[in-house]
Ligand binder design. Structure first.
Ligand SMILES: [Zn+2]
Length: 134
């Protein structure tokens, strides 16, 4: 059991390690959260490194948030056509080299549809990939 003090009502109490959650993010505070048995509110606060180690030692399993989950992303969201392009690229030889990032912050270099190819208006459809049109 862990001795805790609710920062909502100020009362002290006991909780089992499986009754608290411990959120460890790549940056920012390590969040300790539990539901107070006295006031019924969810209490939470940031922990110091020593407190984190004590809780983990007492059996609290931390939820570690990967850096990828909090990094900022730019650009337009992927579309169904982007997904189809990626699928086709992964079936072609040399895809590993083409998907390697070129420089920091660049997008991957998968093939782009050409606008107006063969005099056709851009319809948003995929270009044909080999067999001649019948
Ligand atoms: Zn409380």
């Amino acid at each position: 059991m862990l001795a805790i003090e609710c920062n909502r009502c100020g009362r002290s109490g006991w909780v089992r390690p499986d009754e608290v959650s411990l959120l460890v993010r790549p940056e920012g505070c390590r969040l300790f959260r539990f539901t107070c048995q006295s006031c019924g509110l969810r209490a939470e606060r940031c922990l110091a490194e020593e407190e984190l180690e004590l809780l983990v030692g007492a059996g609290v399993k931390p939820i570690v948030v990967p850096a990828e989950a909090v990094e900022e992303h730019g650009g337009a969201p992927l579309t169904l056509n982007d997904l189809i392009d990626l699928h086709l690229l992964l079936e072609s030889p040399g895809w590993e080299e083409r998907l390697a990032p070129r420089r920091r912050g660049s997008r991957f270099a998968w093939p782009r549809r050409r606008v107006g190819q063969r005099g056709e208006p851009e319809t948003g459809r995929r270009p044909e990939t080999g067999a001649p049109a019948g």
